[in-house]
Write a protein of this length. Structure first.
Length: 256
């Protein structure tokens, strides 16, 4: 059986409150041995850490502030992130970044929140996990300006162009590939054949973005093999090779 790493999953979400243990068991049954959990804001910390405490071998927490939780009072949230990063070890700073899909009102605050979290990642020598929905250029600009050779991380839910993929690679970052790769008009069929497996990790972003044939339903880590198979198909290589390489990429990144 393949061993897989889900590099980005909100398995602590209340969407799993009725069957979280069963969902984790299903994932393990399909070889998904590690699940990295990005934080959202102060409201998600308790459930995330409880999930990690109950399943420490499988579920590993990050700490960060999601861009859609950034508003005029974002400094309070960032103080909490900073406090937690000083208390214990986390796998990464994240999920952070810029989101211009839902609301552009707080773009300056989102940019500042990202800059602060980049500095926290440097301070704690952690990778950073980036959310870039409708905001690749804005996010890239901040990361490129801050890149001094010490920053590593993931452009999560990558669905950009081949040119943007090349920019991510130049930064020394990885691309998180999830359910969008299986979508008929997702666009990654034009991009992934030109991307090296060395630059990829797999993710579900559950409970969101379930892959085909489960699109529109609750996503969960057990569906990660569907993403692996699609990547293998697009790269024209065995799925076992995709699993082995992306697993190593994720474990090496998060073990910094």
């Amino acid at each position: 059986m393949m061993t897989l790493v889900d590099s980005h999953a909100h398995i602590y979400s209340d969407k799993f409150d009725q069957d979280r243990d069963e969902a984790l068991a299903r994932a393990l049954g399909e070889g998904v041995e590690k699940i990295y959990m990005p934080n959202i804001d102060h409201t998600s910390i308790d459930s995330m850490l409880e999930t990690e405490a109950k399943h420490p071998a499988q579920c590993i927490a990050m700490m960060g502030l999601h861009p859609t939780s950034v508003d005029k009072d974002f400094e309070k949230e960032l103080y909490l992130v900073e406090e937690w990063l000083g208390k214990r070890k986390f796998a990464a700073v994240g999920e952070c970044g810029i989101d211009l899909y839902w609301d552009k009102t707080f773009l300056p605050q989102q940019q500042e929140a990202l800059r602060v979290q980049v500095e926290l990642a440097k301070k704690h020598q952690l990778p950073i996990v980036l959310h870039t929905r409708d905001s690749f250029d804005e996010t890239y600009e901040i990361i490129a300006a801050a890149q001094d050779g010490s920053l590593t991380g993931i452009f999560h839910c990558f669905s950009g162009t081949a040119a943007q993929a090349a920019k991510v690679k130049e930064l020394g970052f990885l691309m998180g590939i999830g359910g969008v790769a299986t979508f008929k008009n997702g666009g990654l069929d034009q991009v992934l054949p030109h991307v090296a497996l060395d630059d990829l990790v797999l993710e579900t972003d559950c409970p969101y973005l379930a892959p085909v044939p489960h699109r529109g339903k609750r996503n969960e880590p057990v569906y990660l093999p569907l993403v692996a198979r699609r990547v293998a198909e697009l790269l024209q290589i065995p799925v076992e090779e995709v699993a082995e390489k992306t697993t190593n990429n994720a474990l090496n990144l998060f073990a910094l």
